[in-house]
Structure formats: C-alpha cells, structure tokens
Design a protein around this ligand. Structure first.
Ligand SMILES: [Zn+2]
Length: 411
C-alpha cells in the first residue's frame, strides 16, 4: 500500500543519508524542502522530494496544501507509567513548600511508590495507556518509559511488565528503562547499601531474565544516590547489557556527569546546573545531554543552559519528563516551545533536539527522528501554517492536524 502526500508546504528534517545526531552549530541547520511530496509504503518512508519530481503512482494520494509535515517527536525521558496523581503536592507547592519539604513529609517519589504498590497491574496498565494515547495524538512517535515508582521487587517488575504490554499493544516505539534507583524507600534511609543490594541482586536478575529493560537509570543527586552508589548501579546494569541513562545535575553538580561519561552512559538527563568542567567532560564523549524544560517550568527551577552547551559544540536532546510530581505533561510541542522561549534555542535547534537527537537518546536514530528513505513512516501533519516558526510561537495552540505512526493515522 503506497500513500503519497502532495503539495506539502514544507517538509522538515529531510536527510538524504542518515545521521545519528547533530551537535553544536549543526543544530541551527534544519534541512527542509518547500512544495514537497512524501511517498510512504506501508510503514516505511519510500521517497520524498520537490513536487517537480513527484511520482504519479500510488494507491492513495493525500493533498496537504498549506500544511507542514515533520517527523514525529522522539521523547527520550518519561515516567508515563504511574498510579494516581499528585495534585495535592502541586497545591502545597503553590502554598510555599519546597520539593525537599514535600519529600520529607512523605510526598514526592515515595508517595507515588505507595500508590503504585497498592494498584493492580491491570489498573496500572489502564491508567498509563490513556497517557500514552494522549502523547501519540500530540505527535510523539517514540517514547522511553522508566520504572522507578515500585522500589520493591514486585513493584518494579509490575511497572516494567506494563511498559512491555504497552509496547506490544501500540504502534508507538517504546524503550524501557529500569529506574529502581529512583529514591531510597523509608526502611533503607539509614542503610543505602542494603537497598542497592536489593536492586543488584534481586531486581536486576529478574528484569534481565524477562528481558524487561533496555536501559538502567538512577537519580544521581545530593540526598538521593551518590556518585559511588550510582557507579555500582551502572556497572551492575551493564553486566546485563543495560546501558546507563542517568538523572543528574538537577539541583547540584557533584561530578556525576564525569562518572556517567566514564561508564559510557547513552544520556545524562536534567542538567539544570551545569559547570564548565561538566561541559569539558561531555565534549568528545558519545553521551547525549538531555534537557527537560517542562520540569523547569512546572517547579520553577533553572533551565538547562542550552546556549552555553551548544556554543561549546555539544549536542542536546529535548524530552518531556512526563511524571506525576514535577511534570504532569508529555506534550512535546510545549517542550519545543519552552526550549525556544526560555532556553533561547532557535526553532531549528529545538526541532533537531526533539527529533533526531531524541532518537539518538533512545538508540533508535537508524529508524526514527528524520525524513529519510527507509525510516519509519512516523509523521506529524500540521494545520495550515505560515511557517514552522509558528510551532514554538503559538505555544498554547494545538497546531496538529493528523499524526501518522508506523504508517497508520492515529485516531
Ligand atoms: Zn525523570
């Protein structure tokens, strides 16, 4: 089945030959074709180019006059699988409590863990699939989902099984990350090593046996997992082929990035606080820095210093951090807009960061993240727009007409 899109006002992120990521000054360049066609066969991009070279043979022709087409967003950092929500903490924060104070009175990650352990696997699946369906309609075509609200062997397995079930039942590409090291359960507050031993000796072998995770994560932060503790987790995960993707430098810089690079982490995520030394360490590494601007927006913390990092030649990916506590939104259109508005990224840089670099941050840039022959037919068709600058500019509007994932329109 061949589907031909014609009269595309502008086709974005067109790459003749595949690249795995873009860095530094390259991020300011977004290759596009004006007045373009796009030919799809089943779930694969077959051809694209200027309307002058438009093929005549197709089973279905769709005229998208005035509309822009771009690859779907690649959201490389989410916690979409969770139970209940935390709107009470949202109001507590409005009334002046800090993230730490909320955590100290039993809120935060431990609150989500309590709810998750009280929720059945089926119920967790039904709550989570609604969020997955929502982000697909918002243009996300590939997503990474973390565990980390179980913090018990059964809770972590339950989350990862739900992620697996979502991956089996939906066309969106899903990568799973084991985040047992998200926080220390109360009973381990005074004995960190005992919980790390549970992660390494009890959780990891079972997760590996059921092939439930692609990556391993930890919350490397003052008051959470230290550099040394995170290194133990990274090493243990790597033994099972789980590459590290680490939460780091959200509130403090404690040389965590250096440890992540040393252990060949695929990504370092958050980075609201970045030192000159951190930037030096990231240069000449294959580790992708990932910024989560919706989180900075929601809890009023600094934004990742994107300009400083791009000027130093680093790549950057953008992700949502969709989670019940600090970012109850998985809307990548808002992420892209916020990166432009608050981090002073150009629309070209932000779109690169949310497509090809997001794909790299999930290890899927050979199949996702750009309009390239042979890649997945994952596209966003916008409403009629003057230019793609409107995507970040009209930050509160829904500018998406249709989303196609794996060659099928999402309803
Ligand atoms: Zn996160």
């Amino acid at each position: 089945m061949k589907t031909l899109f014609i009269n595309i006002k502008e086709l974005l992120q067109t790459r003749e030959t595949n690249i795995d990521k873009v860095s530094g000054a390259e991020m300011a360049e977004l290759p596009t074709i004006k007045n373009a066609f796009l030919l799809i066969e089943n779930d694969i991009i077959l051809d694209f180019g200027s309307m002058e070279k438009c093929p005549t043979e197709a089973d279905k022709v769709i005229d998208v006059n005035g509309k822009i087409i771009l690859p779907t967003w690649c959201d490389s950092h989410t916690h979409i699988v969770y139970a209940g929500n935390r709107e009470q903490e949202f109001v507590d924060r409005i009334n002046g409590l800090s993230y730490e104070e909320i955590a100290n009175r039993g809120g935060g990650i431990l609150n989500s863990a309590k709810k998750l352990n009280e929720t059945s696997e089926d119920e967790l699946y039904h709550q989570s699939k609604k969020r997955l369906e929502e982000v697909m309609l918002q243009g996300t075509g590939a997503v990474e989902i973390k565990s980390g609200y179980g913090l018990t062997v059964n809770g972590e397995l339950k989350m990862l099984r739900v992620i697996k079930r979502l991956a089996e039942n939906y066309p969106i590409k899903i990568k799973a990350t084991f985040l047992g090291a998200h926080a220390f359960p109360k009973e381990y507050k005074e004995n960190h090593q005992a919980y790390i031993d549970v992660i390494i000796n009890e959780m990891l072998p079972k997760i590996a046996e059921e092939k439930l995770a692609d990556y391993i994560d930890a919350f490397l932060e003052t008051g959470y997992f230290s550099v040394e503790e995170t290194e133990q987790i990274m090493l243990a995960g790597k033994k099972y082929g789980m590459i590290p993707k680490i939460h780091v430098n959200q509130f403090t810089a404690i040389n965590g990035i250096e440890a992540c690079v040393k252990h060949q982490a695929l990504t370092v995520d958050h980075l609201e606080i970045v030192t000159d030394e951190d930037i030096e360490v990231l240069k000449n590494s294959s580790t992708m820095p990932v910024a989560l601007p919706s989180c900075s927006y929601f809890i009023s913390i600094p934004y990742t210093p994107a300009r400083k990092m791009l000027n130093a030649g680093l790549p950057l990916a953008l992700a949502s951090d969709f989670n019940p506590g600090t970012t109850p939104s998985g809307n990548m259109n808002f992420v892209v807009a916020t990166a432009c508005i608050k981090m002073k990224m150009t629309p070209e840089e932000a779109i690169n960061a949310a497509t090809i670099n997001g794909a790299y941050a999930m290890g899927i840039s050979n199949t996702h993240g750009s309009i390239t022959e042979g890649k997945k037919a994952n596209i966003i068709i916008t409403k009629e727009l003057n230019s793609y600058y409107e995507i970040p500019y009209r930050f509160g509007s829904n500018l998406i007409d249709k989303v196609m994932i794996d060659g099928k329109f999402i309803e």
